[in-house]
Design a protein around this ligand. Structure first.
Ligand code: CP
Length: 296
């Protein structure tokens, strides 16, 4: 089975081979190849997406695959059909691999056990988003040349972030050093044993300053933001003032979508050291490498 459910447990060699294959595809002059000609791949998004969904579609089309896009909102999920029955339905039609994004935690592993085709996790709850982490590592490696020894600070809503978790496991596997920075209400207690929580002043001195979106939709009214967005920006936002104190070689990352002027100032989103739109572009070759691996 060639599932990709997470970066947890992936070896440095596995990660490096995906990054190297992505570099091959990025450098390939041809926009289209016939590598996966006649192979059917389904993108199954049970939760909203712009970047992940479209970069998987571009990646699949560049590889010459036949692409089916399933969107829960216009499917029989609306009649109560389960995720398992939906995926089994596509499998029965000859789909050979599925890219899947799910709202709940803990459903994907069980699903992957029961489904014969390889599944690629495009984000499941706050558990993992492995292809996001791989494209983030790819972006860092392109900039710095080497991942080992790099200091990466992940700042913001760690509690609800599958991006933080996938980056933590992948970065540690390749020898980078990860730190978190978050207000108390957004810290994930189970991750404290894996990476230290540091102050904002310390976090912005890292080689990589990775900002996370405040996931307003995942904060139930009961748990509350505890802060207004302006208070959040003051305490944990990457403001112009803070950016001025970053090391000259340091870069800014964010998986996007961005809440401008909440976790990052509007002026910084496209500043010289920001990799935010480059990250999105790097999603295509990374996902080409991941789809190819699934169907190998
Ligand atoms: N970064 C990311 O996963 O974006 P989407 O939710 O738009 O796919």
């Amino acid at each position: 089975h060639k599932h990709m459910l997470g970066t947890y447990g992936m070896s440095a060699e596995e990660i490096t081979s995906i990054l190297d294959r992505a570099a091959y595809w990025e450098q390939s002059p041809a926009k289209l190849s016939n590598h996966l000609q006649g192979r059917f791949v389904a993108n199954m998004f049970f939760e909203n997406s712009t970047r992940t969904r479209f970069s998987f579609e571009v990646a699949e089309k560049r590889l010459g695959a036949e692409v089916l896009n399933f969107t829960a909102g216009v499917s029989s999920v609306q009649k109560g059909e389960s995720i398992y029955d939906t995926v089994k339905t596509l499998e029965s039609m000859g789909v050979e691999a599925g890219v899947i994004r799910l709202k709940p935690n803990g459903v994907l592993a069980e699903l992957a056990d029961k489904i014969k085709i390889p599944l690629i996790n495009a984000g499941d709850g706050n558990n993992e988003h492995p292809t996001q982490a791989l494209l983030d590592l790819y972006t860092m490696r392109k900039h710095f040349g080497e991942l080992r020894g790099l200091n990466v600070s992940i700042i913001g809503d760690i509690l609800h972030s599958r991006v933080a978790r996938s980056n933590l496991w992948a970065l540690q596997a390749v020898g980078a050093k990860v730190s978190f920075c978050a207000p108390a209400a957004m810290q994930a207690p189970e991750l404290a044993a894996h990476a230290p929580y540091i102050s904002m002043d310390e976090a912005i001195r890292s080689d990589v300053v990775m900002m996370l979106r405040v996931q307003l939709e995942r904060h139930a009214e009961a748990d509350g933001m505890l802060q207004t967005t302006e208070e959040y920006r003051e305490a944990f936002g990457l403001t112009m003032q803070r950016e001025a104190t970053m090391a000259s070689h340091a870069i800014i990352m964010h998986p996007a979508p961005v809440n401008r002027n909440v976790e990052i100032d509007d002026e910084l989103v496209e500043c010289a050291r920001s990799k935010i739109f480059e990250q999105m572009g790097n999603g295509v070759p990374i996902r080409m490498a991941v789809i190819e691996r699934a169907l190998a």
